[in-house]
Design a protein around this ligand. Structure first.
Ligand code: SAM
Length: 378
C-alpha cells in the first residue's frame, strides 16, 4: 500500500521562489500525489515523460512544419504557471521533462525555469517506491529540444542552471539545403555553432534530429552519417508525420526506417545497438568500427505507441495525451479557476485515463489532429 508522500523535496537556489506552491509538505494535500500510485493510463502504460511547449513562437519556418505565413496561434503562460503544473505531474511520477515549442530558446525566463526544474525531485524511486521523509527523490531528467539558432549563447547558462541534455533539430548538413528548409538565411552556421557549444558545455551526448523528406533532403543520409562520426553527436532520423501546418503530408514523401538502414549500410556496415530503455523511441545503430551513432525514429512505418510514456502540455496550458489527439484538456483552466494541488492531480489522472491506444497514420480512419506539431510541442 502506498505510504504518504509528504513533499516533493526541493533543493538549491530555486527552492525559495517555488516555496509557496511546492511546500504543502505534510498532510492530506501532499499525500494525495501517491493515492492511486504512479500515473498510468487505462492500458497500464506508466506516464513518466512530460513535454512542455513554453512558447508558440518560432524563428524558423521549416517547410515540412509550417506554412511560412502563420505566426504564433496560442498564448504563452507565465513561467511560474508552467512550474506549478509541472509540480502536479511530478507528484504523480513524472521524472523526465522536455522543454520545447515553438522555439523554446526564444522564451525569456528559460534559464531560470531550468534552474527551478533542477531543484525538484522525483516523487518515486526507480523501483516504484514512493519517496518519503526517509528517502530523497532523484533530480529530474531535464532536456530541451531546439532548432539551435540561439544555442551558442545559451548552452553554458543552461548547463549551469541544471539542464541535463539538449536535442538540436537540423535537417541538412549543407548550408544551401538548410536555408531552403528553414527559410532563414545563414541559419546553418548558427546551428552548427550551437551544437558545438552544447558539446563544449557538457550537454552531451548531443542529439541531432533530422526529419527526412523524399526528394528534398534524403540525399544527405550518408553526409549525416559522416557528420555523426566527425562531430561526435547522435544523429536521429525521424519519419515525417502528418502534423504539418499546411497539411501537405503524403506517405510517398516519408523515408522509412528500412530505406534509411539500407542506405547507411551502403555507406558503411551498420551494427544495431541495444535500447537504452524499453520506452526508447529510436532504434540505435553504430558502424562496424564503433564510430558514430544513428538513431531512427519510425512512428509511421513502425509505431511504438505500446511503449508510449508521454503526455504533452501546450504553451497555453492544455494537456494532450497523444500527438494525434482530437481534443485538448485545459489544465491551466482548472488552475486559474482555483484548483488545489489535489484537484489538479485528480484532473491529470482523469485526463491520462483517456489516452489513446495508438495513432492511426496511414489507416482509412485516420483523422488529422486538432493541432499541428509546432503548436503542440515536439
Ligand atoms: N523549435 C524546436 C525545434 O526545432 O526543435 C522545437 C519544436 S519542433 C516542432 C520539434 C521537433 O519536431 C523538431 O525536431 C522538428 O523537426 C519536428 N517536427 C516538426 N514537424 C514534424 C513532422 N510533421 N513530423 C515529424 N517531426 C516533426
Amino acid at each position: 500500500m502506498a505510504t504518504a508522500l509528504t513533499t516533493i523535496p526541493t533543493a538549491g537556489a530555486g527552492a525559495a521562489l517555488l516555496e509557496p506552491m511546492l511546500l504543502p509538505a505534510r498532510g492530506p494535500l501532499a499525500s494525495a500525489g501517491v493515492v492511486g500510485g504512479r500515473l498510468r493510463d487505462k492500458f497500464g502504460r506508466a506516464i513518466t515523460d512530460l513535454r512542455i511547449s513554453i512558447t508558440d513562437r518560432c524563428n524558423y519556418r521549416c517547410v515540412y512544419c509550417r506554412t511560412g505565413n502563420e505566426g504564433a496561434q496560442f498564448a504563452e503562460l507565465r513561467i511560474e504557471d508552467y512550474l506549478r503544473m509541472v509540480q502536479a505531474f511530478v507528484g504523480l511520477g513524472v521524472e523526465k521533462i522536455r522543454l520545447t515549442g515553438g522555439e523554446p530558446l526564444l522564451r525569456s525566463g528559460l534559464v531560470e525555469m531550468v534552474q527551478e526544474l533542477a531543484s525538484l525531485r522525483t516523487a518515486y524511486l526507480p523501483d516504484g517506491t514512493p519517496v518519503t521523509n526517509d528517502c530523497l527523490g532523484l533530480p529530474l531528467d531535464i532536456a530541451v529540444t531546439t532548432n539551435g539558432h540561439l544555442l551558442a549563447g545559451l548552452a553554458q547558462p543552461l548547463k549551469d542552471a541544471g539542464l541535463s541534455r539538449v536535442t538540436v533539430s537540423m535537417d541538412a548538413v549543407d548550408p544551401e539545403t538548410f536555408t531552403a528548409i528553414t527559410r532563414v538565411p545563414r541559419s546553418f552556421e548558427k546551428v552548427l555553432a550551437g551544437i558545438r557549444a552544447a558539446k563544449a558545455a557538457g550537454l552531451g551526448p548531443v542529439k541531432v534530429n533530422c526529419v527526412l523528406l523524399r526528394g528534398f533532403n534524403d540525399a544527405q543520409i550518408e553526409q549525416f552519417a559522416e557528420f555523426s562520426r566527425r562531430e561526435g553527436v547522435i544523429v536521429r532520423f525521424i519519419e515525417w508525420m502528418p502534423l504539418d501546418e499546411d497539411r501537405s503530408w503524403k506517405i510517398e514523401t516519408v523515408v522509412t526506417m528500412e530505406e534509411i538502414v539500407a542506405r547507411l549500410n551502403g555507406f558503411r556496415p551498420v551494427v544495431e545497438l541495444p535500447p537504452n530503455a524499453s520506452s526508447e523511441t529510436a532504434k540505435r545503430f553504430t558502424f562496424d568500427d564503433g564510430v558514430g551513432e544513428i538513431g531512427i525514429i519510425a512512428p509511421v512505418s513502425r509505431p511504438f505507441c505500446g511503449h508510449c510514456s508521454r503526455v504533452r502540455l501546450t504553451s497555453d496550458g492544455k494537456i494532450r495525451t497523444c500527438l494525434f489527439s482530437q481534443t485538448d484538456h485545459d489544465l491551466y483552466g482548472q488552475m486559474v479557476r482555483g484548483g488545489t494541488d489535489d484537484e489538479l492531480r485528480a484532473y491529470i489522472r482523469g485526463v491520462v485515463m483517456k489516452k489513446e491506444a495508438r495513432h492511426h497514420i496511414g489507416e482509412p480512419e485516420f483523422e488529422k489532429p486538432s493541432r499541428s506539431m509546432v503548436h503542440i510541442g515536439g
